[in-house]
Design a binder for this molecule. Structure first.
Ligand code: ZN
Length: 101
């Protein structure tokens, strides 16, 4: 098996893409967590609170997306990430919570 591997823009560790959330700009140039790849570059982040908080200081987001990232963008990602991970805890998606279930 050769699963795609991506770098988390929070902690900077590499992991299987299926273990990470995808971050992309939407049509209104707001950063969102998306399930499927849209147009443009994606960044990836673990669905962990620790990686969410690291996003604030990380330059990896700008590097992955090849765009200037403002504090507003980081707030957008943090809010989307928080909403997404809260949902995962109540209705886990396949692949994210296989261990120890
Ligand atoms: Zn991470």
């Amino acid at each position: 098996m050769n699963a795609p591997v991506r770098t988390c823009v929070g902690c900077g560790r590499r992991d299987r893409q299926s273990n990470l959330l995808r971050v992309q700009f939407d049509a209104d140039a707001r950063l969102q967590i998306v399930a499927m790849a849209g147009r443009g570059r994606s960044a990836y982040v673990h669905p962990d609170a620790s990686c969410r908080s690291r996003l604030r200081k990380s330059r990896l987001l700008a590097k992955s997306l090849r765009r200037a990232i403002t504090d507003d963008h980081k707030t957008q990602v943090a809010l989307a990430h928080e909403a997404h991970t809260a949902r995962l805890q109540t209705a886990p998606l396949g692949g994210l919570t296989k261990a120890g279930a």
